[in-house]
Ligand binder design. Structure first.
Ligand code: S3P
Length: 181
C-alpha cells in the first residue's frame, strides 16, 4: 500500500502532474517564486542532461528510451527536498514512478479539459506524441488512459479551465497544507 501524505510530510516537495498543455511549468514556476523554493521541470532536466531536445530523444531512442530517462530524471529531482517540480504528462505511467512521486512529495493534479489542451497545443511542433494527423484523437486517448491515474495519485485536484496561471497558482498555494507554505 502507498503511504498516506501525513507520513511523507518530511519530504516537502510540491509536484505538479497533469496532461500536456495543463500549464504545469508556468504554474509551477509561479508557485516556486511565491514560496521561495527552487523550481525544476523534468523535461528541461532531461534536455539539460542529454544536450538534445525531447523530440530528438524520441527519434533516436524511441518512447521507451525517453521513459527510462524520465524515470532517472524523477529520481534525481526528487532526491532533494523543498522543490516545486513540474513532471511530463506521461511520468505517472510507470508504477515505480508513481511510488516515487507519492513518497517524495505533495501531488497537485492540474485537471484540464481536452478543449483547453487543444487550444494550447494546436500548433505544437515539440511534442512527439502530438505529431500525428489527428492530435485531438491522440489527446483524447491519453486523457482516457491517464486521467484515472492522475486522480488516484493526487493530494489536490485543481480545475484549470478558463483561469489565468497567476490565479491558479494563488489558489493552489491557499489549499496547500500549512507546513508546505
Ligand atoms: C509527454 C509529455 C511531455 C513530454 C513528452 C511526453 C506525455 O511533457 O514529457 O513529450 O507522454 O504526455 P509535458 O506534459 O510537459 O508537455
Amino acid at each position: 500500500m502507498v503511504c498516506s501524505y501525513h507520513s511523507r510530510m518530511s519530504h516537502r516537495n510540491i509536484i505538479l502532474i497533469g496532461p500536456m498543455g495543463s500549464g504545469k511549468s508556468t504554474i509551477g514556476n509561479i508557485i516556486a517564486r511565491r514560496l521561495h523554493r527552487e523550481f525544476q521541470d523534468s523535461d528541461h532536466h532531461i534536455e539539460h542532461r542529454t544536450g538534445v531536445d525531447i523530440a530528438r530523444i524520441f527519434d533516436v531512442e524511441g518512447e521507451q528510451g525517453f521513459r527510462d530517462r524520465e524515470t532517472q530524471a524523477l529520481q534525481e529531482l526528487l532526491g532533494e527536498h523543498n522543490r516545486v517540480i513540474a513532471t511530463g504528462g506521461g511520468s505517472v505511467l510507470r508504477p515505480e514512478n508513481q511510488q516515487l512521486l507519492k513518497q517524495q512529495g505533495y501531488i497537485v493534479f492540474l485537471d484540464t479539459s481536452l478543449n483547453q489542451q487543444m487550444q494550447r497545443l494546436r500548433r505544437d511542433k515539440k511534442r512527439p506524441l502530438l505529431q500525428t494527423a489527428d492530435p485531438r484523437a491522440r489527446l483524447e486517448t491519453l486523457f482516457r488512459e491517464r486521467r484515472p491515474i492522475y486522480l488516484d495519485l493526487a493530494d489536490l485536484v485543481i480545475k484549470t479551465d478558463k483561469r489565468v496561471a497567476r490565479r491558479l497558482a494563488a489558489d493552489i498555494i491557499n489549499q496547500l497544507p500549512e507546513s508546505l507554505k
